[in-house]
Design a protein around this ligand. Structure first.
Ligand code: ZN
Ligand code: ZN
Length: 475
């Protein structure tokens, strides 16, 4: 992945920057002052040369490992974060208790029993119920996509196992995920409402290897919960091929997954206190929990690691930022955004204002694009940030950023957001699989990420003026 990183030495980066400054000092009341831009570019170059986010990701994936919300691993991750953040130079670190839904995966088994018996690589979807102890043995009805299932008559589905075969498209911006994930979140309810016994989906992911991709599902109110499984892409091909004989296809499914009573977890919050406006917050968010199949390396140890290292470099600056720079490591993003909702509910009661946010939850690919979601008056600041990012090979995007999943609850209240887009071309080969482990992470790509996050956050935390509405809403 490092091959795309501009191999510019710091001196060259500095001269690029001086050139940009001379050519295009942004206009407007909100434009950052030249001194601030110089600090940001120096911070960028130091982070590019010396940052080591990979060490944090190594520590989290090695010393904690899988950390599904409510598990012992999750509690270990909270302790890990509190300990690790204390070594970084924050002014205040605190856990914020969060009640999280809890769920146990148990074991999953899927076998074709007719016409040509074979085992399939399968996993339960998160929050799925299990099967009866004896398992489920039934004929399969296959649908091209969720829309086809929605259009089906109950008599086509009743008493059968539904298989949704929809593929996810590979895209650099990860935009194939949104449409493909619908069958995972809504599929069980749609199938159950038509009388299905269980649901099997082609994994929401782009891997061609035999790894099933898990991920949360949800049962709509009033729907009888049915067991839900994902099978790997090659296994979905295999299952589809069985229909070619024109005979009835039957599956055996077994799962011991179960939902448990809610458990205790915590958001971990750490502040570098603002010197001038400590009650104005620039928030950096990443989720600390992960799925249980892999070690959650790119989802989301690297996001956590990038933000920790960004904060470490900001804390090493010769002065404190004007605004408070805050990291929030969120609880239970994966199975329902419990941490995000708890944090925002408390923020709405607070005297502190959230001026802008940025989230790291897009894997560990090189960052190629910078988007914003701010008021037009702040465009001069965004232009200045783009110029700081250009030497890192990051292009300007648009103003339609929505933040990430964890920041979505603050965004819904009107908080402006920034978004550094990681190249996600290969991310969904690993996402939510047993194969999401640290060996696929390039330490050099993480250096570029820290350089990018640190320089834009430094500008956001020091520039005069807001980016639009704040949370709670300002005057
Ligand atoms: Zn994630
Ligand atoms: Zn995830």
């Amino acid at each position: 992945m490092a091959r795309c990183l501009p191999a510019a030495p710091a001196a060259l980066l500095l001269s690029c920057f001086s050139l940009l400054l001379g050519l295009a000092a942004p206009a407007g009341a909100a434009a950052p002052k030249p001194g601030l831009l110089k600090e940001a570019s120096q911070l960028r170059d130091r982070a590019l040369a010396d940052s080591d986010a990979w060490q944090h990701a190594w520590s989290l994936t090695t010393e904690v490992g899988p950390r599904p919300a409510g598990s012992a691993g999750d509690r270990a991750a909270v302790t890990w974060a509190l300990t690790r953040l204390a070594e970084i130079g924050f002014d205040e670190i605190r856990p914020q208790p969060v009640e999280v839904s809890a769920w146990e995966r148990g074991t999953a088994e899927a076998r074709i029993i007719r016409p040509f018996p074979q085992p399939l690589v399968a996993t339960a979807l998160g929050r799925s119920v299990g099967t009866p102890e004896a398992g489920i043995e039934a004929p399969v009805v296959r649908f091209e996509n969720l829309a086809a299932l929605e259009a089906a008559k109950p008599e086509e589905v009743r008493g059968r196992i539904v298989f949704i075969d929809e593929r996810m498209e590979r895209e650099r911006d990860g935009s194939g995920y949104g449409p493909a994930v619908q069958k995972r979140t809504r599929g069980p309810s749609v199938a159950a409402a038509r009388g299905a016994l269980a649901l099997v989906i082609r994994s929401v992911g782009t891997s061609t290897h035999r790894f099933a991709h898990t991920g949360a599902t949800r049962y709509e109110e009033g729907v009888r919960p049915i067991p839900a499984f994902a099978i790997s892409n090659p296994d979905a091909d295999l299952l589809t091929a069985q229909f070619a004989a024109g005979e009835e296809v039957e599956l055996y499914l077994h799962s011991s997954a179960r939902n448990l009573s809610p458990a205790r977890s915590a958001n971990v919050i750490a502040d570098i206190r603002g010197a001038g406006k400590p009650d104005e917050i620039v928030i950096m968010g990443a989720h600390l929990d992960s799925w249980d199949l892999g070690t959650g390396a790119q989802d989301n140890a690297t996001g956590v690691a990038i933000l920790m290292e960004t904060a470490r470099f900001i804390a090493m600056m010769p002065r404190r930022p004007e605004r408070t720079v805050r990291i929030v490591l969120y609880a239970n993003e994966e199975r329902g955004l419990d941490g995000s909702r708890s944090y925002t509910a408390a923020a709405l009661q607070s005297e502190q204002r959230h001026v802008i946010g940025i989230e790291a939850d897009g894997g560990a690919g090189l960052i190629y694009r910078f988007d914003s979601g701010v008021d037009e008056e702040a465009f001069p600041v965004i232009d200045a940030m783009r110029e700081i990012l250009a030497p890192l090979g990051i292009e300007g995007g648009d103003n339609s950023a929505t933040g990430g999943a964890d920041l979505s609850t603050l965004r819904a209240e009107g908080m402006p957001v920034l978004s550094l887009r990681h190249d996600a071309s290969e991310y969904f080969d690993l996402h939510h699989t047993a194969n999401d482990t640290l060996d696929k992470v390039d330490p050099e790509a993480l250096k570029q990420a820290v350089a990018a996050y640190a320089s834009v956050v430094w500008i956001a935390a020091n520039v005069a003026g807001d980016f639009g509405a704040t949370v709670p809403a300002g005057e």
